[in-house]
Design a protein around this ligand. Structure first.
Ligand SMILES: Nc1ncnc2c1ncn2[C@@H]1O[C@H](COP(=O)(O)OP(=O)(O)OP(=O)(O)O)[C@@H](O)[C@H]1O
Length: 247
């Protein structure tokens, strides 16, 4: 579904070039829930921004269902972002002047696909994520976990091939974090969504199928949950992070 091959990205600051991604390769399969972890500055957000088509990579390739993103022009990239990717950000980015339901509908309206089907779909996403009772409320009137579930529902309204999430549990207490992770798990189970999430949170990552650990712009290790209990997988992640810091 998503394939990243030998990705390089540098930033130029004045006369100095900072090499941030130094040949990252990874793959995400259809229906998989994958996290990227790694120390601050290891290149996680840069990687996500390249996959999101926000910034161009210097070299290497990113393909989404076989389509090479670097070959697309601006308009085609905008289409990919609108129709094939769904985004969940740390601070939700809900619009205060719109209700929960209207926020969920927004990507469809932007894609020019307004209509009755769309309204039914927003209602059924509200059901899936348990936010039907608050769908006519405004963001200021709902909790952090409800906001984030709204953000996940909004990311799904266009049936994206891939959901990209940047620190989706970053600002939340443990109860709301759990609600977000449950909503991702539900998106995968009920709707077959594929999810790629950057996180510092080993608890959130322990719900994933695989965790890619970045260090200094390269993949240091990939850990698979397989049939391990969630708690055992979290311990394994914490051990790996300790081992990486000790090296
Ligand atoms: N636009 C930019 N211009 C110059 N340097 C940048 C830019 N964006 C990021 N960097 C640098 O690139 C490095 C990697 O940043 P990035 O945000 O990808 O790391 P990260 O792993 O997501 O870190 P964190 O966990 O702290 O969010 C950092 O040293 C950062 O200062």
């Amino acid at each position: 579904m998503l394939s990243v091959q030998d990705l390089h990205k540098s930033y130029q600051v004045g006369k100095t070039t900072y090499e941030v991604l130094k040949g990252v390769s990874l793959a995400v399969n259809e229906g998989e829930f994958v996290a990227v972890m790694g120390p601050s500055g290891s290149g996680k957000t840069t990687l996500l921004n390249c996959i999101s088509c926000y910034i161009p990579a210097d070299s290497g390739s990113i393909t989404l269902r076989g389509e090479e993103l670097a070959r697309l022009d601006e308009d085609a990239l905008a289409q990919v972002r609108n129709r094939k990717l769904g985004f969940v950000f740390q601070d939700f980015l809900l619009l205060d002047g719109l209700t929960v339901r209207e926020n969920i509908l927004l990507p469809r309206i932007i894609a020019g696909q307004a209509g009755r089907d769309m309204e039914n779909e927003a209602d059924s996403l509200c059901d899936v994520f348990g936010i039907t009772a608050i769908k006519n409320k405004y963001p200021a009137e709902i909790s952090g976990g409800e906001k984030q579930r709204t953000a996940v529902a909004r990311a799904l309204i266009n049936h994206p091939l891939l959901i990209l999430a940047d620190e989706p549990t970053g600002n939340l207490d443990s109860k709301s974090s759990r609600a977000v992770i449950d909503s991702f798990a539900q998106a995968r189970q009920a709707l077959g969504a594929t999810i790629f999430m950057v996180t510092h949170d080993s608890f959130a990552a322990s719900f994933c199928d695989r965790v890619v650990i970045l260090r200094d712009g390269v993949v240091w290790r990939v850990l698979a949950r397989a049939d391990k209990a969630r708690g055992a997988f979290q311990d394994e992640l914490l051990d790996a992070i300790r081992e990486m810091s000790a090296e």
